[in-house]
Design a protein around this ligand. Structure first.
Ligand SMILES: Cc1ncc(C[n+]2csc(CCOP(=O)(O)OP(=O)(O)O)c2C)c(N)n1
Ligand code: SF4
Ligand SMILES: [Mg+2]
Length: 330
């Protein structure tokens, strides 16, 4: 097949995307909200990986962070509180060819959506899940979330929360079929970008917990870590995150961690101080549910209609005598 030069140029033009091709609207998040940094990293990733906007979908639940799809010029589904993951799985099942991203808050994922979270890890469908963990319910104005630290005073815990915060990484790493787990922080954009890129490129469900600042309700909570680079532990490895000399100069607390080591990943996951940043676990060999099920096979409208009608017919109350006639003709 010969392709004309103009057609070739047109195709190249069509396939190349700039940042603006992914930007939509003006984010309504508060100034200094960590969600802004996550959005910037994701838009850069889409541009650099040249993701086709019409082949890309962002799914969210409800919360400040769940406004994410509105700011991406791609397909999006701003869903129901806690239900981002099953919606994303449905999309992936019907259209495995799409790039599926999920943006979920700590309330959305770890509280009301906790059951879906566990099963989504087990199903291991190929998608990138970002947990925007600000350790509070932001949108509904400051209720404690499962990841809130012990002692946090909030509208639902006026005397301080009684329980230690749930650690999303240890939970995820404990689920059967887990295939990719990483941690990032919104205030180190270079590492955030590299981790999201590795997550996107992983085949399977990649779960990235991002510690995200909420200056509106918890203005100083993460300050000790933001202002003291020694309180961040970069996880480096040739099969994980390789960091630039500049970043290495600033963040001197480092551990060489091989992401294939699940036991060490589980130990690292429970470290709260210093905050581990990097890829904790990666296993590219875990099968994806959509492949096990041969998802996305094109079925004709007629095939679907016939199957649907057959299902409904099971519950039909036929007038007397008709039943036998139907059976004769069946
Ligand atoms: C079924 C249901 N229950 C409760 C709510 C109220 N609600 C909306 S957002 C939210 C919490 C959001 O917190 P989080 O997921 O951490 O997101 P953030 O706003 O912090 O980004 C709650 C409880 C709702 N919208 N729907
Ligand atoms: S309330 Fe918190 S999480 Fe919500 S937009 Fe403002 S800073 Fe961000
Ligand atoms: Mg939250």
């Amino acid at each position: 097949m010969t392709i004309h030069v103009t057609e070739c140029l047109l195709r190249m033009y069509d396939q190349h995307h700039e940042l603006e091709d992914y930007q939509s609207g003006v984010p309504r998040w508060c100034t200094g909200c960590g969600d802004n940094a996550i959005l910037a990293a994701v838009q850069r990733l889409c541009r650099d990986e040249d993701l086709r906007p019409e082949k890309t979908v962002f799914v969210s639940g409800i919360g400040c962070s769940s406004r994410f799809p509105h700011y991406m010029k791609t397909y999006g589904f701003h869903g129901i509180h806690g239900r981002a993951l099953p919606v994303a799985e449905g999309i992936k099942m019907a259209r495995p060819d799409l790039n599926v991203f999920v943006n979920t808050g700590d309330g959305d994922c770890c509280s009301i959506g906790a059951a879906h979270w566990i099963h989504a890890i087990r199903y291991n469908m190929n998608m990138t899940v970002m947990l925007h963990d600000n350790q509070i319910y932001g949108l509904t104005k400051m209720q404690a979330s499962p990841t809130s630290p012990r002692g946090l005073k909030s509208n639902t815990t006026p005397r301080g929360s009684y329980l230690e915060g749930l650690q999303p990484l240890t939970v995820t790493l404990g689920v059967q079929n887990v295939s990719f787990v990483a941690q990032a922080v919104d205030w180190i954009p270079e590492a955030l970008y590299d981790i999201l890129l590795a997550a996107y490129r992983h085949k399977g469900l990649s779960f990235v917990r991002i510690l995200q600042r909420c200056p509106e309700w918890l203005p100083k909570m993460l300050d000790p870590w933001v202002h003291d680079p020694l309180k961040t532990m970069l996880l480096t490895h040739e099969n994980g995150l390789t960091i630039s000399p500049n970043l290495s100069k600033v963040y001197k607390t480092q551990e060489r961690h091989d992401p294939s080591n699940l036991n060490r990943a589980r130990e690292i996951a429970s470290i709260a101080d210093p905050i581990p940043v990097g890829i904790l676990y990666r296993n590219p060999d875990v099968p994806c549910y959509e492949e096990l099920r041969d998802a996305g096979q094109q079925r004709s409208a007629r095939y679907i209609k016939t199957g649907f009608e057959a299902e409904l017919d099971k519950f039909t109350v036929w007038p007397q005598g008709v039943d036998a006639k139907v059976q004769q003709n069946a």
